[in-house]
Design a protein around this ligand. Structure first.
Ligand code: ARG
Length: 412
């Protein structure tokens, strides 16, 4: 089978009849609903997916798409699927791209792609479209995922083909009676879901400048956070959080509640320069209060129940997982291979972690687990210790054998 890249290029217009568009209701995708009908001479189905972004008023968005001329508008609440199938894997992987970014935008792309491909099948569309630009990671994630899922679909990237500046977009919106959202003057480009919020552009493109405090929606900056620390507990079962402060709840609501609590204490602000898949370096700000808190807690508990060998080996796989998730390779078989390992190694990650939230930090201050490899009687320096110190000298003699030899070899 020949699997060509089925993505349009800017100079070659594909022949299509019906396109499913990932539609957010924002300016770009609103313009696309209209623009694509004219440019491709095709019908447009608007697809809106709720993964916990604040403006996900599905009914309203649906109505707006129909007003803009979409032949159909489909709204999908995918919050639970996002939490159960995507976020929970990221937790088990302690997922942090380049050690800092919990991949909140990145892991949502393959889910959106999967749903778009399904809706294309259901509505008899021969193409899918996303609203990402030609400079970012998202185009890569969408197109690689969609084409892995269904190589017969044509993937169109109209923002690349349309080549409109912001001013041109506004002009086009006015000419075509497309309502312009209130935040259109914001200098920032943002993306949000349950796992966090990404902020780019404007002054943030100057990596030497500190970010302004008014860019945040989920966190209060540490300077304004409460003067008193707040203690919370997170209970985990097989590597996934199941209760917050003793209250069992689904992962979706646990994450939203934790976003509020940890956000109030300024937890989860990330300021980093990041290596994009397309080669660019960019400066990114993220606010991910729940993600940072949960991953801190998970990582701590995982180390508590795993052997030293597991603890030294797993981070290399976790790092590979994060890179592949970031780079749009969610559907590559290696991801499944790594996830099998992570699933298996998380079987014992049960227990409760206590954290102290204070002025931007979510610090683990206590942990308990029925599977802990910690034994107080072994560890204590007090009476009643069971560790056999008599065994230490012999162990040390053999443990250091090669190092001793290597350091003194020329003295022989
Ligand atoms: N740089 C991040 C990533 O690639 C965030 C992208 C956010 N997208 C946006 N439209 N602001 O995952």
């Amino acid at each position: 089978m020949e699997l060509l890249n089925n993505t349009e290029t800017t100079h070659e217009k594909p022949n299509i009849d019906k396109i499913v568009l990932l539609y957010s209701g924002g300016l770009d995708t609103s313009i696309l609903v209209k623009w694509m009908q004219d440019y491709y001479d095709a019908e447009v189905v608007a697809l809106t997916i709720d993964i916990g972004q604040p403006d996900a008023r599905l009914d309203e968005v649906k109505e707006k798409a129909l007003e803009l001329g979409a032949v159909d508008a489909v709204a999908v609440d995918a919050k639970e699927e996002f939490a159960e199938k995507y976020i929970s894997k990221a937790i088990k992987a302690n997922a942090m791209y380049q050690g800092q970014y919990p991949l909140s935008t990145a892991i949502a792309r393959p889910l959106k792609s999967e749903i778009a491909v399904e809706v294309a099948k259901e509505t008899g569309a021969d193409a899918v479209a996303h609203g990402s630009t030609g400079k970012g990671n998202d185009q890569v994630r969408f197109e690689v995922s969609m084409q892995s899922l269904d190589p017969d679909l044509t993937v169109v990237a109209p923002v690349r083909a349309m080549e409109m500046t912001r001013d041109k977009e506004l002009e086009y919106a006015e000419e075509n009676g497309i309502p312009v959202p209130n935040d259109v003057d914001s200098p920032y480009s943002t993306d949000e879901n349950l796992w966090g919020r990404s902020i780019e552009c404007g002054i943030l493109e100057h990596p030497e400048e500190e970010y302004p405090n008014d860019i945040f929606e989920l966190v209060q900056v540490p300077e304004d956070a409460p003067e008193e620390p707040e203690y919370i507990t997170l209970e985990f079962e097989k590597g996934v959080p199941i209760a917050l402060n003793g209250e069992k709840q689904p992962l979706t609501s646990l994450i939203s509640e934790l976003n509020d609590i940890a956000g109030k204490h300024g937890v989860g602000i990330i300021d980093m320069t990041e290596d994009r898949v397309v080669g660019l370096k960019s400066r990114e700000i993220y606010e991910c209060p729940a993600a940072i808190t949960i991953i801190n807690a998970h990582h701590d508990l995982e180390k508590f129940v795993s052997t030293t060998h597991q603890n030294s080996f797993k981070p290399s796989l976790d790092q590979k997982w994060a890179e592949m998730a970031y780079q749009g390779l969610w559907n590559d078989p290696l991801m499944d291979n790594i996830e099998s390992f992570q699933e298996n190694s998380n079987q014992k990650v049960d227990g409760t972690v206590r954290l102290k939230l204070y002025k931007g930090e979510a610090k683990v201050v206590g942990r308990e687990s029925p599977n802990a490899l910690y034994d107080h009687n072994l560890a204590t320096y007090k009476e009643g210790e069971t560790f056999n110190q008599e065994a230490s000298p012999g162990f040390i003699e053999l443990w250091g054998l090669q190092s001793r030899m290597a350091n003194h070899i020329d003295e022989k």
